[in-house]
Design a protein around this ligand. Sequence first.
Ligand code: ZN
Ligand code: ZN
Length: 287
Amino acid sequence: MTDRQSANESASPPVPSRGRADVHLHTDTVDGLQSVTELLDYAEDQTDLDVVAITDHDAIRGALEARERAAQRNSRVQVITGTEVTTRHGHLLALFVEQEFPMLKTMDATLAAIHEAGGIAIVPHPMSWLTTSLGERTLRRIHALGGAGQRSGVYFDAIEMLNPSVAGRVACRRARDLNRTLLHLPVMAGSDAHSSSLIGSAYTTFPGRTPDDLRVAFAAHTTQAHGRFWDFNEHRAIAGASLYKAWVLVPARKAREVAGKFSVRSSEFEEPRLPRSDPRPSNPEPC
Ligand SMILES: [Zn+2]
Ligand SMILES: [Zn+2]
């Protein structure tokens, strides 16, 4: 090795010692504004994430597709398959699963089903009244099950301590305090990004780099939550596009699926493209 090579290597930036994961992401398989390809491109080219999880509402197709495409292109970013299940008691993230779960079942039944399927269950945007969320009573009740809950699969593996939307912001402190004083669940931060520019605005760090490392870290309580809350303009851009998606695009797609014999030009349903921007520096413990 020459002196020059040695100098160059010593001058290169140090590799972060902990992996980074954004494990709460949505695609246009359901209500997201980004395709699987756009999500993978952005995560690989514009972020330093090591791991992402696709968690579409009550759907697994986008996650399976993302994992397959990431493998085909030998992507630097590894994909966890997941879904955000709509239960009777609020949303629930299931990671490391390859199936959908029935909607509107009880929280207990859904938790047991996720663990039976070999997955882990994480509480997203806890106690938020601005979106369909688990309330404090349910969190306390399932915590109180203790060992009986563990034996029957009715337990949480982690809690989302930072969800950067306003829905996450309104309950962040209460959720943090409840977790610190009672629940003591491993922490997660997920962006809940429905469009590419917000991928990585919240993320979880963990010892290692891979999905398996992250899973071990949740079990060992060695994860940390990081990120920043979205600003007004980011919310406004997402809200407008999301409403368009929810009220025009998804119903139109469903109508096309039902009435396949009718011809509808795809250009009539093109989605608005949101401007890209680099995620700004994040602060740990933003609540
Ligand atoms: Zn949700
Ligand atoms: Zn979500």
